[in-house]
Design a protein around this ligand. Structure first.
Ligand code: 13P
Length: 234
């Protein structure tokens, strides 16, 4: 399974290194077989050599150039980063990224062979319109996205479940992941209020291939507990 931590705008460079060192020790000591990813803030990335895959939460579709505030391939290559998160709802809704820019990022990093964790998810007002409208909304977030890309990991994160402590019902997660499965043979993660105390249940659901965790992963022991849950699922 894929167990991923998105730090968002949390933890310093020092804290990130301490966190990843603890995580490496846990993975080593427990012979963990899961694929573990950590997405620190851009200022905390470094060239990491180990079992933890360190990725970035965002990158611009460029090698370098005049894109104030952004980072590109030159900056990623300096730290041997080969994984990028694209389409996170906070970038869509808080930072105003359009599907056009998101698609451009996807194509650009796909062509360079990066592992892409591609996020989709519906806001509450769409959710309230029912399943058909909701699936149309999610499908629109997949337009222009090559679902057959071999290094794609899809993450379904309902916007209303992110940081709220609320999750969809297990039945709904299964239903939505099963529909997504028709167009995606790659791993499909669930994200949104995954915590140490509900991870096992969510990871056990049909067509859930892992989790993408925000606040619930900021404590390394909690994140390790989720990895341990994944290890113990048959
Ligand atoms: P929370 O786990 O804090 O709800 O955030 C989920 C998320 O956005 C991960 O990318």
């Amino acid at each position: 399974m894929v167990i991923a931590a998105n730090f968002k705008t949390n933890l310093t460079r020092y804290q990130t290194r301490e966190y990843i060192a603890s995580l490496e020790k846990f993975i080593h000591d427990n012979s963990v077989r899961q694929e573990v990813f950590v997405f620190p803030t851009a200022t905390s990335i470094y060239a990491h050599d180990g079992n933890v895959n360190v990725g970035v939460q965002n990158a611009y579709p460029t090698k370098n150039g005049a894109f104030t505030g952004e980072i590109g391939v030159d900056q990623l290559e300096e730290f041997n980063i080969k994984t990028v998160l694209i389409g996170h709802s906070e970038r869509r809704h808080v930072l105003g990224e359009t599907q056009e820019l998101i698609t451009a990022k996807y194509e650009f990093y796909k062509n360079l062979g990066y592992t892409i964790v591609y996020c989709i998810g519906e806001p509450l007002n769409i959710r309230e319109k029912g399943m058909d409208e909701m699936m149309n909304y999610l499908r629109a977030q997949l337009i222009g996205i090559d679902m057959n890309y071999e290094n794609l990991i899809l993450a379904y994160e309902p916007v209303w479940a992110i940081g709220t402590g609320v999750t969809p019902t297990n039945d709904d997660i299964v239903k939505i992941h099963s529909i997504l499965r028709n167009s995606c043979k790659r791993p499909i993660l669930y994200g949104g209020s995954v915590k140490a105390d509900n991870a096992k249940e969510i990871l056990s659901l049909h067509n859930v291939d892992g989790v993408l965790v925000g606040s619930g992963a900021l404590n390394v022991n909690d994140f390790c507990s989720m990895i341990n849950d994944a290890e113990n699922i048959k």
